[in-house]
Design a protein around this ligand. Structure first.
Ligand code: FAD
Length: 482
C-alpha cells in the first residue's frame, strides 16, 4: 500500500470556513485567493501524477509581509499548509495529502539585486530557475545549479529541496552557494538571514536548516546566492563504455586529467537511452554505429578554448587507446550540445511516457552503484524495465523501475529491498530529491534514531502546531511522540 493511502488526516487541523476565505481575500485581494477547480486540480497533483490532494484553496502572496500574515493566521486557526514552488518535486512533497492550504510563492518573482563584481544575486523565492539562468547569462554569469526541470522549478523550491543537479560536481551543493535567505516561520515571524557575505561565523548558521527542509520548517521568501562567471569555452562529449567498471575508471581519469575544467559527469545505461529515443521526439542516437551498454556525458568549462580542446582531445584519445571508452563524439555546435543534454535531461519525461514508474534517488558508493541495478533486474525479471542513470560524478544513482502499471506485487519486490540494500552499504535513500511524503517513514534507513529525534525536536520548536507540510519529511508517529 502507498504511504498516502495509509496516512490519516490529523484531526487537530481545522477545516476551511467562509470566514477564512474572507480574511485571505482581505489581505491578498481576489487575485491571490484561488478557488478555481481547474487551477486547484493542477496544484493538487504532483509532476509524476502519482500523488493527489484535495485542497480547495491556493494562496498566492506577493510579498514577505503577506506570507507572514497568512502563516500567522493559519497557525492561530490550526490550518495546515503546503508550501509549493514549481511543483516539479519527485517525492510527493509539494502537493497536499488531504485538504491543506497550498501557498505558492510564484508571484514573488523579482530579482532584487545583482553585484557584478562578487557575482552575488539576491532574488525572491518564486523566480523560475531558467529565468535566473537567462538573466545571469546577459550579465556574463551562470547559476551554480542546473537541472532538467529548470523551466518550471523555482529557486525557493530548489533551496527547500537542496537540489543537486548537473553542475554539483563543479560548483558544490546549495549549502555552499546559498549565502543567505529570508524565511517565514509557522507563527509568521520573518527571519532575515539574507546575508551576502562569503564569511560570517557569528554563531549558528541557521539558514542551513531551511536548505533541504522541504517546507517543513518555514517558507523561503528570498535567497542570496553566489554565482560563478560564465566562461567562454564549454565542450560536451557523449561517450560509450562497455561495462560499469570502465565508467568508474573514466570518472577517475576525468578528475585527474580534466580536473579544473570538468563541469559535469553524467551517466546513463542502454535502457535509459533506448527509452528516450523511443518516447521523445526528434532525438537520435549520437553513436549509432553500434549498441553500447553505458553512456557518459562529460562537460568541460574553462576560459581558453584552445587549451580546453587540446586537453579534452588528448584525454579522449588516451581513454580510447586504453579501451576505457569504445566510442565517442564531441558536440560540434550548440544544436548538438542541446540534443546531447536533452537525451540526459529527458529521461524523467520519457519514463513518465512509458507508463508507471517507481523512482529511487540514491547516494551509493560509486563502485557498488551498478550492483544494485543488476540485483534489481534479477529480482524483477521480465516484470519491469530497470533503468539507471544519474550524477555518477557525485555518487548519485537514479534507479527507475518502469512497468505498464503500478501493482502492490511489484512494489513488494522493490521495497524494502532497495532501502535495505542502500542502508547496508551506508548510502542515502535520498541523494537529492528529499523525503517528501514518499519517504517520510523511511528516514531511519539513512539517519540514526538520535538524529531523527533531534530533527523532530527542531520541528516542534519552530512549528509546534505542525501546520507546515504535514505528513512529510519526518514520520508522523515520531512527531506525535516527541
Ligand atoms: P516544488 O516541487 O514545488 O516543492 C518541492 C518541495 O519544496 C516541497 O516539499 C515544497 O513544500 C517545498 N517548497 C517549494 N517552495 C518552497 C518555498 N518557497 N519555501 C519552502 N518550501 C518550499 N532535483 C535535483 O535535485 N536534481 C535534479 O537533477 C533534478 N532533476 C529533475 C528533472 C525533472 C524533469 C524533474 C521533474 C524534477 C527534477 N528534480 C531534480 C526534482 C525537482 O525539480 C527539484 O527538487 C526542484 O528543486 C523542486 O523545485 P520546485 O520549485 O518545483 O519545488
Amino acid at each position: 500500500a502507498s504511504v498516502a493511502s495509509t496516512t490519516q488526516r490529523n484531526p487537530d487541523f481545522s477545516k476551511i470556513t467562509s470566514d477564512d476565505i474572507t480574511y485571505f481575500k482581505k489581505i491578498l485581494g481576489e487575485r491571490g485567493v484561488v478557488q478555481d477547480e481547474e487551477k486547484l486540480d493542477d496544484a493538487n497533483t504532483d509532476w509524476m501524477r502519482k500523488h493527489k490532494g484535495s485542497s480547495k484553496l491556493m494562496l498566492q502572496p506577493r510579498t514577505t509581509k503577506e506570507v507572514s500574515q497568512i502563516l500567522k493566521y493559519c497557525n492561530s486557526r490550526c490550518l495546515a499548509v503546503v508550501p509549493q514552488g514549481g511543483n516539479t518535486g519527485l517525492v510527493g512533497g509539494s502537493v497536499p495529502v488531504f485538504d491543506e492550504v497550498i501557498i505558492n510563492v510564484g508571484s514573488m518573482n523579482n530579482i532584487l539585486s545583482f553585484d557584478k563584481v562578487s557575482g552575488i544575486l539576491v532574488c525572491e523565492a518564486g523566480c523560475i530557475l531558467e529565468n535566473l539562468i537567462s538573466f545571469l547569462d546577459n550579465q556574463g554569469f551562470i547559476m551554480p545549479l542546473d537541472l532538467g526541470a529548470k523551466g518550471s522549478c523555482q529557486i525557493g523550491g530548489n533551496v527547500s529541496t537542496n537540489a543537486g543537479g548537473l553542475r554539483l560536481i563543479r560548483y558544490g551543493s546549495l549549502h555552499g552557494s546559498v549565502l543567505g535567505l529570508e524565511a517565514v516561520l509557522a507563527n509568521g515571524t520573518v527571519l532575515d538571514m539574507l546575508g551576502t557575505l562569503r564569511k560570517d561565523n557569528t554563531g549558528y548558521d541557521l539558514k542551513h536548516l531551511f536548505i533541504g527542509c522541504e517546507g517543513s520548517l518555514g517558507i523561503v521568501t528570498k535567497v542570496s546566492i553566489l554565482t560563478p562567471p560564465k566562461l567562454s569555452s564549454v565542450n560536451l562529449a557523449f561517450l560509450a563504455c562497455e561495462d560499469y567498471a570502465s565508467c568508474q575508471k573514466l570518472l577517475l581519469e576525468a578528475k585527474r586529467k580534466l580536473g579544473e575544467i570538468l563541469s559535469a559527469f553524467e551517466f546513463l545505461d542502454v535502457n535509459a537511452l533506448n527509452l528516450v529515443l523511443k518516447h521523445l521526439d526528434g532525438l537520435r542516437d549520437p553513436l549509432p554505429s553500434s549498441v553500447h551498454n553505458f553512456y557518459v556525458l562529460i562537460e568541460t568549462t574553462g576560459s581558453m578554448e584552445s587549451h580546453d580542446k587540446e586537453k579534452l582531445e588528448a584525454f579522449l584519445l588516451q581513454s580510447m587507446n586504453s579501451g576505457i571508452i569504445t566510442d565517442g563524439v564531441l558536440a560540434q555546435d550548440i544544436n548538438q550540445t542541446s540534443s546531447f543534454w536533452r537525451i540526459r535531461e529527458g529521461i524523467p519525461e520519457a519514463l513518465m511516457k512509458a507508463g508507471a514508474v517507481y523512482k529511487y534517488d540514491l547516494s551509493v558508493p560509486p563502485e557498488k552503484m551498478y550492483e544494485l541495478v543488476e540485483e534489481m533486474r534479477a529480482r524483477l525479471g521480465s516484470a519491469a524495465n530497470v533503468v539507471a542513470y544519474g550524477h555518477l560524478g557525485d555518487g548519485n544513482l537514479h534507479l527507475n523501475i518502469s512497468a505498464p502499471q503500478y501493482t502492490d506485487g511489484l512494489l513488494s519486490k522493490i521495497e524494502p529491498f532497495v532501502y535495505e540494500w542502500t542502508s547496508k552499504h551506508r548510502g542515502s535513500i535520498s541523494a537529492e530529491h528529499g523525503l517528501g511524503l514518499m519517504k517520510a517513514d523511511k528516514i531511519h534507513y539513512s539517519k540514526s534514531p538520535e538524529t531523527v529525534l533531534l530533527m523532530a525536536a527542531i520541528k516542534k520548536l519552530l512549528d509546534p502546531n505542525r501546520i507546515l507540510n504535514p505528513y512529510k519529511v519526518l514520520p508522523p508517529s515520531i512527531l506525535s511522540q516527541s
